[in-house]
Design a protein around this ligand. Structure first.
Ligand SMILES: Nc1ncnc2c1ncn2[C@@H]1O[C@H](COP(=O)(O)OP(=O)(O)OP(=O)(O)O)[C@@H](O)[C@H]1O
Ligand SMILES: [Mg+2]
Length: 306
């Protein structure tokens, strides 16, 4: 007697992998009886396969929605970038139009136009450099010029380039670096770039008169640099994504219109390229922020002496 087998409908597009489908012996029901394969065995096999098909379909749906959100993020990123490039180019174009006027330009106007062109080309160049760094890091083309460097020295170097901006905002900066040498096997230029980015953010997102500190210390097996500020803090919903490309806390943007949300994404890539990790902490609005980068420690100066 012919038995009817019910297979749950599964759309073939939904199947991305069927790991153990090959286990199923497709035996017609009639011959199953002939071959003395018990109906319960055939039913069980079919049930298993149906289950696998359903799981495969669910996995395919997950993959599809992940791909869709990746595409959405990419489109959003392209839109932001296009806007940012246009915003940077517009003042340059305007300055160029004014310079082209035939009725002459006085010296102060000339200086102002030159400053506009200078500032906007610098901003655009930095944006392009950051994006290139990010893209190089993600395509494995990032090259570190590693050598033994003293972490405290790199920290002091980064501080010296950020200090003028902090002074302009009457911010108090404290530098805590140990007297001894903390040796890292690192690229000093990239290491400096990490700390400058963190200090630059601390300055931008801390109100006038606020406090910022940078601390370098060595722990067993690692060295850590943290930047703390008493600034506007980061919202708890944004915090877990703060190192993602183009992510900004909109409250932060409102107080400071410059920037695109690229700096921290680059910082994370640079830290990871050094075999390190980076974390961000903030108790929320107006509670300040703390960024800590941890690097594999190479030793102290004493370790290197024979
Ligand atoms: N110290 C900080 N305090 C408060 N918010 C911060 C701090 N550092 C970063 N953020 C938040 O994280 C966002 C991303 O920082 P990121 O450095 O990537 O971009 P950005 O500073 O906006 O622009 P840029 O690409 O020029 O660095 C900022 O827009 C801001 O909302
Ligand atoms: Mg920044």
């Amino acid at each position: 007697m012919e038995r009817r087998m019910h297979v749950l409908p599964v759309h073939p597009e939904g199947i991305c992998r069927m790991p153990s489908l090959s286990r199923l012996k497709l035996v017609p029901a009639r011959s199953a009886t002939k071959c003395n394969i018990g109906p319960s065995t055939a039913d069980r096999d079919l049930r298993d396969v149906n289950q696998e098909l359903l799981l495969a379909r669910l996995a395919a749906q997950d993959q599809r929605s992940a791909a869709e959100s990746a595409l959405e993020r990419q489109l959003k990123a392209s839109t932001i970038l296009a806007h940012e490039l246009r915003n940077g180019l517009a003042p340059i174009q305007a300055a160029s139009d004014l310079l082209g006027r035939t009725d002459g330009i006085d010296a102060p106007t000339l200086a102002r136009l030159q400053a506009v062109i200078d500032r906007n080309t610098k901003d655009l160049s930095r944006l392009i450099e950051d994006l290139l760094d990010y893209s190089r890091a993600n395509t494995g083309q990032f090259h570190l010029e590693r050598r033994l460097v003293d972490l405290s020295e790199v920290v002091r170097d980064a501080v010296s380039s950020c200090l003028p901006a902090m002074e302009l905002r009457s911010q108090k900066l404290t530098v805590n670096a140990p007297r001894g040498v903390i040796l890292l096997d690192a690229d000093p230029v990239r290491l400096r770039q990490i700390f400058v980015n963190l200090l630059d953010n601390a300055c931008k997102y801390t109100p006038v008169g606020g406090s910022i500190s940078i601390t370098a210390l060595s722990r067993p097996g690692s060295a850590e640099v943290s930047v703390c500020d008493t600034g506007i803090g980061i919202s708890s919903d944004i915090l877990p994504h703060i190192f993602d490309l183009f992510v900004q806390d909109t409250r932060g943007c409102a107080t400071n219109s410059r920037g695109l949300g690229v700096g921290l994404a680059v910082v994370r890539e640079l830290v990871q390229a050094h075999g390190g990790t980076i974390t961000a902490q903030s108790a929320g609005r107006t509670c300040g922020s703390k960024f800590s980068a941890t690097f594999p420690w190479h030793g102290s100066a004493a370790d290197t002496t024979p």
